[in-house]
Design a protein around this ligand. Sequence first.
Ligand code: BV8
Ligand code: ZN
Length: 239
Amino acid sequence: MFDIIADRLRQAEKIVFVTGAGISQESGIPTFRGKDGLWRKYDAMKLATIEAFYENPKLVWEWYEERRNNIMAAKPNAGHLAISELEKLKSVHVLTQNIDGLHQRAGSTQVYELHGSIITIKCTVCDFKDIITTSFSQLPPICKCGNILRPDVVWFGEPLPQDIWQDAMQQASSCDVMVVVGTSLAVSPANLLPVYAKQNGATLVEVNPEETLMSADMDLSIRSSAAKALPNLLAVFQR
Ligand code: BV8
Ligand code: ZN
């Protein structure tokens, strides 16, 4: 299995990774729908929405601050690092649904954050945007224009950043191999990316300990965790 995939990677001009919460699971960051699910304690389908934010900005901020502190204490794992190693040898783009910034901290430079970033903050009214470097004295934090600030993430019901989404579709439609890692493919429109890749003749590879909604469409599936499978794949590739 690894030999076949490594061969496809060697022949590929362009490789795209589509990643979700599962790739950060072995960095100690809970996934959304797993048994350790982040969304168990809170019903994130409710919390990750603009309605919840306006109804109770303090609660939504407390949820993001708890996640941000956990993320800042976390480290990229061998899965993130294998992808950034491969980028030194081949053209690699990472289309991630994660907001944790771990791909960038692992050294990947071509990372598209489809759902925003937990370390960026923006104003709900004016165009103020900034990187969050400290914790806040009060929640919700207030902008100098007097309105409340929000995490710069994409909530349910909100559109993805147009330029990033356009680029991501372009990357998915023009790659030779797409490796889908650690995502249940439950959320749209990110879950369309493997469809675009398949439509354009790419080889689809899935790395996930469990089946996903698109397992039947995958050319090859590695039923293993990201931190185990990706370094193995890189080692076979480098032989
Ligand atoms: C949009 C950022 C349109 C915030 C996130 C019905 C009602 C309402 C809405 C909808 C609906 N039907 C469809 C929709 C649209 C909705 C949607 O898809 N809902 C789903 C839930 C049904 N989508 C949207 O609203 C999107 N916007 O459509 O806008 C529009 C257009 C124009 C104008 C106005 C509007 C916006 C979606 C973005 C939401 N924001 N996150 C935050 O993080 O707080 S989504 C959130 O869940 C994450 O970002 C993540 O991307 C996403 C999916 O989760 P996964 O990453 O896949 O994680 P999950 O836990 O599900 O799976 C983990 C996987 O890893 C599992 O398969 C597991 O087996 C595997 N795994 C576990 N351990 C490991 C592992 N794999 C490898 N190694 C391991 N160790
Ligand atoms: Zn403002």
